[in-house]
Design a binder for this molecule. Sequence first.
Ligand SMILES: Nc1ncnc2c1ncn2[C@@H]1O[C@H](COP(=O)(O)OP(=O)(O)OP(=O)(O)O)[C@@H](O)[C@H]1O
Length: 255
Amino acid sequence: MDLRVENLSHFYNDLEVLRDLNLTIPHGEIVCVIGPSGCGKSTLLRLLGGLEKPSKGQILQLGEAPSGSLNPLTYVFQDFALLPWRTVEGNISLVLEPHGLSAEEKERRIADVLERTRLSDFRKAVPKQLSGGMKQRVAIARALAVNPAVLLMDEPLSALDSQTRELLMDDLVGLWQREPFTSCYITHNLNEAVRLGHKVVVLSRRPGLIREIVDIDIPLSERDVSNPKLAALQQQLWEMMRDEAQTADMELATG
Ligand SMILES: Nc1ncnc2c1ncn2[C@@H]1O[C@H](COP(=O)(O)OP(=O)(O)OP(=O)(O)O)[C@@H](O)[C@H]1O
């Protein structure tokens, strides 16, 4: 399934947050969205997931969700959003419970995502026993358990230290290579954008409009830190962002 955003604008009362966005998130690709603080990235993700209705324009789901998909759209948040009193498997099971699956099917899904996220040995652990990186792997496993058509990821690595972030990026690449997923991935971090994005959408400061969509045709497997093309791309993105980010920062500082 592709997600297509057509002529989308959004306001909160008089505050214009997003202006006339046109964008496709194609099946099997990771589309990263970057832009200065307050430009409407999280708002865009909420609109994509149907949590809010756009003031203008529309979001289309084109094509079928994958077979076995219980929810076409699923979120992964920065703060993991795990229930502290439930075990790892209990947190994953939570999203499966409303769907009336047989015990075997539930177990099959849980075992599959635990294996894919390398958490099989931790299924009985509770969140406080896990590192930040592992907690986010649980949140990713939980999202994958419903076999979504599109994963909506809102700065999923930004609460993690830089080494853990590197490891999680490798994990996400590994997960994608094993079974390509479709994602809209919001980030502040240009390094994440060039490591993970098949496309990078650059938004202007508020009202966020699309300044540029950069296609990155380097396979994810070749995007290790030593790849000089990535450094050049990151620099190119930063040059697009710098003036917008500085002005947005001044605007936030002066209210
Ligand atoms: N529910 C809401 N009601 C009113 N204003 C809102 C609401 N949600 C967001 N805003 C405003 O809309 C603008 C865009 O917010 P949003 O969180 O989407 O930006 P962002 O690009 O994700 O920001 P950041 O990078 O800092 O996380 C901000 O000025 C914010 O204050």
